[in-house]
Design a binder for this molecule. Structure first.
Ligand SMILES: O=C(O)c1[nH]c(=O)[nH]c(=O)c1Cl
Length: 315
């Protein structure tokens, strides 16, 4: 029985990692992930400069998951670059790969960061996940919901970034949108993986006792994560898995146990990101879900992920 896998020519001890944004903003959080049982980790989506983010409370647990409107708080590109280049190698006891998330507030900012990151990628130190789906920066619509904008971003980043990279996509809810988003992604061979999904944008969770919203920013509107989004996450994983045959899929959304991880892999995910459940449970979630997935595979007679990867059966 092995949960090891190869992704973009890199070896992973297991398919699990954090979702960008969760437990990955500070050095301590990143090092805690580096020394956890995860197979890899990803840095908080960064902008060129330090960002305070939205007023708190900006994250809340909710009955079936979470709501957040963090507003892209991060320590700035240089911090994460230096972490990945200098600090991470010294704390990376299990030699796990590290992903690097960027989310500029403009095409120029994202392109500039990608260009600066490229040398580290060519040295095999990082894998870029370009975030096209932050729902929480007031006045900045999600790039992934504007096909022409997404095309322009991918064209610009591809022209300065010489290595394979991936994109973090928003959830789509219509076959026409799966088709048009996949058509844009398939124009770019350098887009080697697609991470589905980011939080389901601009939900509203209400506390019936206080009759208030749970978070302060944007009148309480925020990205929804956790069990609420599992069916949408699985659908997006499978929709892009079938529409982008030359690309790998990373699944994100609603993974709280080995069962949901199994579903994501069955739907086509090669790696699996954990967000809300990691935020609520801590890094022990990786040990638990690894054990649960092993037990489930044993029960079904599978010994490797490829035994069931992408093998979802339809009726
Ligand atoms: O508010 C955030 O920082 C945030 N929150 C999300 O749920 N997804 C994102 O991509 C980002 Cl960038």
């Amino acid at each position: 029985m092995s949960l090891a896998t190869t992704f973009l020519g890199v070896n992973f001890a297991n398919p699990f990692m954090n979702a960008a944004g969760v437990m990955c903003q500070t050095e301590n959080e990143l090092t805690s992930l580096a020394q956890s049982s995860s197979g890899s980790l990803i840095t908080k989506s960064c902008t060129s400069a330090f960002r305070e983010g939205n007023p708190e409370p900006r994250y809340s647990k909710a009955p079936l998951g979470s709501i957040n409107s963090m507003g892209l708080p991060n320590l700035g590109f240089d911090f994460y670059f230096n972490y990945a280049k200098n600090t991470f190698p010294s704390v990376n006891v299990s030699n796990k790969p590290i992903f690097f998330s960027i989310s500029g507030l403009s095409l120029e900012e994202s392109t500039s960061m990608a260009q600066s990151l490229c040398p580290l990628a060519t040295e095999g130190q990082v894998i870029l996940e370009l975030n096209l789906s932050c729902p929480n920066v007031p006045g900045k619509p999600q790039i992934g919901y504007d096909m022409e904008d997404m095309d322009r971003y991918l064209n610009a980043v591809s022209s300065v970034y010489s290595m394979p990279f991936g994109v973090k996509m928003p959830p789509y809810f219509d076959f026409a949108h799966f088709d048009s988003a996949a058509a844009v992604l398939n124009k770019y061979d350098k887009v080697a993986f697609v991470t589905c999904i980011n939080s389901v944008g601009n939900g509203l969770v209400i506390d019936i006792d206080s009759e208030q919203t749970l978070i302060r920013p944007k009148a309480g509107f925020g990205g929804i994560g956790g069990s609420y989004v599992l069916p949408t996450a699985l659908a997006n994983v499978n929709a892009f898995y079938t529409r982008c045959p030359g690309k790998k899929i990373i699944g994100c959304g609603g993974v709280t146990s080995g069962s949901e991880a199994f579903m994501h892999i069955l739907a086509g995910a090669s790696l699996v990101q954990i967000g809300t459940q990691l935020q609520e449970e801590g890094v022990g979630v990786f040990d638990r879900i690894l054990s649960e997935l092993r037990t489930l595979m044993e029960k079904k007679g599978y010994t490797t992920l490829s035994d069931f990867h992408g093998k979802l059966k339809t009726l």
